[in-house]
Design a protein around this ligand. Sequence first.
Ligand code: ZN
Ligand code: ZN
Length: 137
Amino acid sequence: MTIRTGSCLCGARAYEIDGDLDGVWVCHCSLCRKASGSVGNAILIVPLDRFRWVKGADHGVTFALPSGYPVTRCRTCGTPLPAETDETNVYVTAGTLDVPLGKGVRTHLFCASRADWDRDEADVRYFEARSTGGGVS
Ligand SMILES: [Zn+2]
Ligand SMILES: [Zn+2]
C-alpha cells in the first residue's frame, strides 16, 4: 500500500496518509480565500483511519472565529495543516504533501465566489522556477 507523507514549512508537524485518494477539492469561498490568503483551499478528503500524525500532533493552534470557521496552523511556522475533521474524514491541505499525489483537481466548490483575479490573463507568463533560484522546489 502506498503511504504518502506531508509536513508544514518548518517540519515541526508531519503526517502520513495510507492508500490512494480520488483527487483534490478546491474551495473558492470567501472564507477559504481569506484563510489561505490565496485562491482558496485545496483539500484532500481523507478517511480518519487512513490519516495519522507522525510528528507534532499537538503542535497546532486553532483559532475559533465568530464565523464558526476554524483555522488551525502550525504553532511555529503558521502553515495551515490538516486539521479540520468530521466524524469520518480529515480535511488535509493539499499543499502540505511532500510527495506526488498522482491525481489532479477533481472538484471546484463555490465557483461563483471565485476572485476575479483567479484566472490567467492572455499574456500570462510561466517560469519553471523563480529566476533567482535558492533551494526551492
Ligand atoms: Zn511548522
Ligand atoms: Zn471554502
